[in-house]
Design a protein around this ligand. Structure first.
Ligand code: GDP
Length: 390
């Protein structure tokens, strides 16, 4: 499936940049076009792969290239005011060759948090292809304003996109890692999952044709209906050898002669691991509206029966009647299961985020209400003996 990706704000730009790096390295051809939008000039200059002509600096009149400083209302306003400039960059995308837009943003900051939902609204009015979002939730340790920004952006971004894929930094931050190092690693995890999901619908020349192909329409149908999505992932190494495949799956059998029952069992347990392990947004899988299962790896390790069993298990686990599945043959020394859970509703993490956001908002309101009084008390001398200059 071919995507036009728009990275909004710093996190958004960096993640799209990372996607391009993956595309260049693997030749997967998922990113048909990439655009970065930011109100901070320095962030745009820090990107490596997104072509310079596709980097759009917005808000020059308002903030002069310095960013919005985590003010997402200002981020939204600047996006509104500059939507024509963004559209100009989107105009250079051959949209007839694109299956969907993906707008990527960190929801805790300012530019992307405020701007991404504005852009989604705009693109949906103009184009008929779906507009998806990838929204990143901030870590809990980032503080009240980031949580409040994320909670407000989340509400808006879900409403304005055809589906919002969510990634929660909080459940992925590794203790002991520097913030930059940890983002680097997290961005790699995001791209790894999405590259398999969206790469599945993209048949490349020279690759095996899948036994039961996942095509773009299945991805689109799983995401259709909107709401919030999370992604599960599990991977197992297999060894690629010249002339054949040696596998830990089957204890060293040659690829061509893999034991079917063993392969089937391994696929089923990979699907379980992916679903019950760490999701991009932690949630209860029961109650998921639609799901898609993609099995990627050398074709001799993929079989229809395994995928069917995985699908049936997913139906039971999610209670969904709309579980699609298929394979994505590729010559990598691993077998991966990606599970897209679309339309999840039981997400305690979001409820907690909202509670903390409301506390932060109340606190901000209190401070605001007391500010004038406090300043007056500070500036005035007790007996009112001093006089201001003018
Ligand atoms: P903006 O430039 O004003 O849109 O704000 P940023 O994108 O810098 O930050 C928004 C939020 O995104 C932060 O609060 C972090 O939670 C998150 N963030 C920033 N950089 C990265 C990154 O490289 N990867 C990930 N996963 N999250 C990031």
């Amino acid at each position: 499936m071919k995507l036009a990706m728009i990275g909004f704000g710093q996190a958004g730009g960096k993640i799209v940049d990372r996607f391009l790096e993956h595309d260049d390295r693997t030749g997967s051809g998922i990113v048909r076009a990439a655009v970065a939008v930011n109100s901070a000039k320095a962030d745009l200059m820090g990107l490596e792969r997104i072509p310079e002509e596709n980097r759009v600096l917005i808000g020059q009149a308002e903030v002069n290239g310095h960013g919005v400083g985590a003010d997402n209302e200002l981020g939204a306003e600047i996006a509104e005011n500059n939507v024509d400039e963004i559209q100009h960059a989107v105009d250079s995308i051959p949209t007839h060759e694109v299956d969907a837009f993906l707008i990527v943003a960190g929801m805790g900051g300012g530019t992307g948090s405020g701007g991404a939902p504005v852009l989604a609204d705009h693109l949906k009015r103009i184009y008929t292809i779906p507009v998806y979002g990838l929204g990143v939730l901030p870590g809990a340790d980032e503080g009240g304003i980031y949580t409040l920004n994320a909670a407000r952006s989340f509400q808006t971004f879900v409403r304005e996109t055809d589906n919002l894929l969510v990634f929660d930094n909080d459940s992925w931050r590794q203790t002991g890692e520097s913030v930059e190092g940890s983002y680097d690693q997290i961005n790699g995890e995001i791209v790894r999952r999405l590259a398999i999901l969206f790469g599945a619908g993209e048949i490349r020349e020279g690759e095996d044709v899948a036994e039961s192909v996942v095509d773009s329409s299945e991805i689109i149908n799983t995401l259709a209906g909107g709401g919030v999505s999370t992604i599960g992932f599990a991977s197992e190494d297999v060894e690629l050898e010249s002339g054949g495949l040696l596998s830990r799956f089957t204890g060293g059998d040659e690829g061509a002669g893999l034991d079917t029952a063993e392969t089937t069992n391994r696929i089923t347990s990979l699907v379980r691991k992916a679903t019950l392990g760490r999701l991009t947004l932690p949630c209860e899988v029961d109650g998921t509206e639609r799901a898609l299962l993609v099995l990627a790896g050398p074709s001799s390790y993929l079989n229809r029966k395994g995928i069917e069993r995985g699908r049936t298990w997913l139906e039971d686990e999610t209670g969904s009647m709309e579980v699609r599945g298929g394979d994505y043959p590729r010559q990598e020394p691993e077998v991966d299961a990606v599970v897209l859970l679309s339309g999840v509703t039981n997400v305690p993490r979001i409820k907690r985020l909202q509670e903390v956001a409301i506390e932060a908002q109340d606190r901000i309101d209190d401070i605001e209400a007391e500010r004038e009084q406090n300043l007056e008390t500070l500036v005035a001398d007790e007996a009112d003996e001093l006089e201001p200059l003018f």
